[in-house]
Design a protein around this ligand. Structure first.
Ligand SMILES: [Ca+2]
Ligand SMILES: [Ca+2]
Length: 282
């Protein structure tokens, strides 16, 4: 015999318990004696309001997290413009600017830096970008203490910001590319430290390492510098994927989507249940 069960919601009087509308019954035939109510625990009654509030809070948190995850205050932190030829690079001299939106300016010792294709190879060594198709070689063609600067606006004085960036290193003890890559970072002219990547031994591919630092904004703008600190016999010092965000937002490369979506999903699911219960009651 084909006996099917259906879960059914029916309107109930306002004075009735909000759980009580949910009934399970046989679809056909419908012997009244088989109707039964699902027992409701006192815990569920007490936590009804808590659950509704939590659903709204989760939804708000999910939306907030999704928005702030994208707020990189640096313009073209991935050095994707100007677009250089595939496998090639271009040199930009001290005092000149490049990039899209709010451009980078080449600063420091007279010399140059090189926006470079991730497909560039030399002598059997490969130089893939950490992010996108290009990166920036701070040694350029001069290997001087030259670098790039960008002044970011829209900051809030007293707020802590997180600066994330990746340094690329090639280990080539007997060749042109040295063994380490060091970048000194300045915020408003004050050194925040020198960050060194020594990784990549045993490979002929550029090794990328992420660094993070925090600083408190002193006003609505901040001038950020990245300066080459490799010696002049070292022909490679990579910089890519520079991200500046207000502290407390997810790390730029942590792929926050799954947890964010989970949170958002939980909030939506909660709201859906809440809305359905409200609709049934009215
Ligand atoms: Ca890039
Ligand atoms: Ca180097």
């Amino acid at each position: 015999m084909d006996v099917r069960f259906v879960l059914e919601y029916q309107p109930v009087a306002a004075t009735q318990n909000w759980h009580a509308e949910c009934e399970v019954k046989r679809e056909k035939p419908i012997p009244p004696k088989l109707h039964r109510r699902i027992p409701i625990t006192s815990w569920q009654k007490e936590n009804k309001m808590k659950f509704q509030f939590k659903a709204v809070a989760l939804l708000a948190a999910g939306l907030l997290s999704a928005n702030t995850a994208q707020a990189n205050l640096i313009s073209d932190g991935s050095f994707e413009t100007p677009v250089v030829g595939s496998g090639s690079y271009t040199l930009v001299a001290t005092g000149s600017s490049f990039g899209s939106g709010n451009p980078w300016t080449v600063v420091g010792a007279p010399g140059n830096v090189a926006p470079i294709s991730g497909l560039y190879t030399w002598g059997g060594f490969g130089f893939p970008a950490q992010d996108g198709a290009q990166w920036l070689d701070l040694t350029g063609g001069t290997n001087t203490a030259t670098g790039v600067e960008q002044t970011v606006s829209g900051l809030s004085a007293g707020t802590v910001y997180n600066l994330s960036f990746w340094v690329g290193n090639m280990v080539d003890p007997n060749g042109l590319f040295g063994t380490t890559s060091s970048v000194e970072v300045f915020v408003d002219g004050v050194s925040q430290g020198t960050f060194t990547n020594s990784g990549g031994a045993g490979t002929s591919t550029l090794d990328w390492q992420q660094f993070n630092l925090g600083f408190t904004a002193s006003g609505s703008t901040a001038t950020i510098d990245f300066i080459n600190r490799d010696n002049q016999s070292d022909y490679s010092n990579g910089l890519d994927n520079v991200v500046l965000t207000a502290a407390g937002t997810p790390p730029p490369n942590a792929v926050p989507e799954p947890s964010t979506l989970l949170l958002l999903g939980a909030g939506l699911a909660g709201l859906g249940l809440w809305g359905r219960k409200r609709m049934v009651r009215s």
